[in-house]
Design a protein around this ligand. Structure first.
Ligand code: NDP
Length: 308
């Protein structure tokens, strides 16, 4: 089995070491030390230049080294090449940490206190129980479901919106475009965990913000392409949105001087909500390689027609 890793260079040695530990029989190569490209059957990559794919005539499976596949031009891949997204405990745990941190910071007014501290103001803000605060998640996939389950520990009211119907314990679930406004109208904190597709690009726009309760907050951990940044600024400046915590933007990095850098009610992090952790990702990837070798269905293969 010939596997090529062509992703974050700094993490290459860790992947190599874990493969030699867990699957010493696999011929695991790290770019640019790839040997004969004609032999490569499996590729683990983030950005995939189309001309590079053309140099891999035996390629069977492309494993995205990170969550999501929106960065991959799937039309440039031969139809027989399967595309697998990254689903592994390290990514889920990272997202749980980031979302919990942000929701609690919003709910407990941490960002307001940062401002008050800068002004040397000792000014308590009323604390309400989490049961009075509704948190809604767009996208009830692996991450959206995990996030809603975790937030249940604190006692928040929980809502979810998804393409197809879902039934999650303790969560009021909505599905389809027809129920979007009803869902949005009940979200004090809205979390976006959708994949970026033709259907979801620009979904966080003026109409969506107008459907939220006045003063609600946005926690955006999906993709920059979901967000209309001008509409966000308008909604913040009009008071329709109280705060925004953004882990993603478009383009990344945000250009110097962009108003989101300095907006007093925006917290911006550089796309770090969660990342693939080689220690937890490699065993899962090896399991998937073995499945493919045995002729079994791959786990977490994307449906090219849906784009995720
Ligand atoms: P999944 O594929 O498991 O879940 C996606 C969910 O979104 C599915 O439940 C799907 O519904 C739903 N969905 C897709 N399209 C629509 C639509 N048009 N309307 C409503 N619902 C829709 O993905 P994950 O949970 O693993 O990841 C979600 C996203 O999180 C990633 O694609 C990525 O963009 C983002 N992410 C960001 C990270 C960061 O660091 N900021 C890190 C990791 C992920 P259905 O089941 O019906 O198809």
């Amino acid at each position: 089995m010939k596997v090529l890793y062509r992703s974050d260079v700094a993490r290459g040695p860790a992947w190599q070491q874990l493969f030699s530990q867990h699957a010493p029989d696999v011929d695991f190569r790290v770019w640019p030390d790839a040997g004969n490209l004609d032999e490569i059957e499996y590729l683990i990559a983030w950005q995939v230049p189309p001309d590079f794919i053309a140099a891999l005539p035996r390629l069977k499976v492309l494993f995205s080294s990170g969550a999501g596949v929106d960065h991959i031009d799937t039309s440039a891949l031969p139809s027989h090449v399967a595309i697998v997204r990254m689903v592994e405990p390290g990514i889920i745990n990272g997202m749980l940490e980031y979302v919990t941190m942000s929701v609690l910071a919003l709910h407990r007014h941490l960002f307001d206190y940062q401002e008050l501290q800068r002004q040397e103001l000792w000014q308590p803000i009323e604390v309400y129980p989490p049961s009075t605060c509704s948190v809604g998640v767009m996208g009830l996939g692996v991450l959206g479901q995990a996030v809603l389950e975790r937030l249940g520990i604190f006692g928040f009211q929980r809502l979810g919106w998804n393409r197809s119907p879902r039934a999650l314990p303790g969560v009021r679930c909505f599905d389809g475009d027809g129920s979007l406004n009803e869902f949005l109208g009940q979200c004090d904190i809205l979390i976006c965990l959708l994949p970026l597709t033709v259907a979801t690009r620009g979904i966080l726009g003026a109409r969506l913000f107008a459907a939220l309760p006045a003063g609600s907050s946005l926690l955006h951990v999906g993709r920059g392409g979901h967000l209309d940044q001008e509409a966000l600024l308008d909604a913040l400046d009009s008071g329709q949105l109280g705060r925004a915590v953004l882990d993603v933007c478009d383009p990344e990095p945000l250009p110097a001087g962009h108003p989101l850098w300095r907006h007093p009610r925006v917290v911006l992090t550089p796309h770090v909500a969660s990342m693939t952790q080689p220690e937890t990702a490699v065993p899962i990837l090896i399991q998937n390689l073995r499945r493919h070798q045995r002729g079994e269905a791959l786990l977490d293969e994307i449906d090219r027609r849906n784009g995720y």
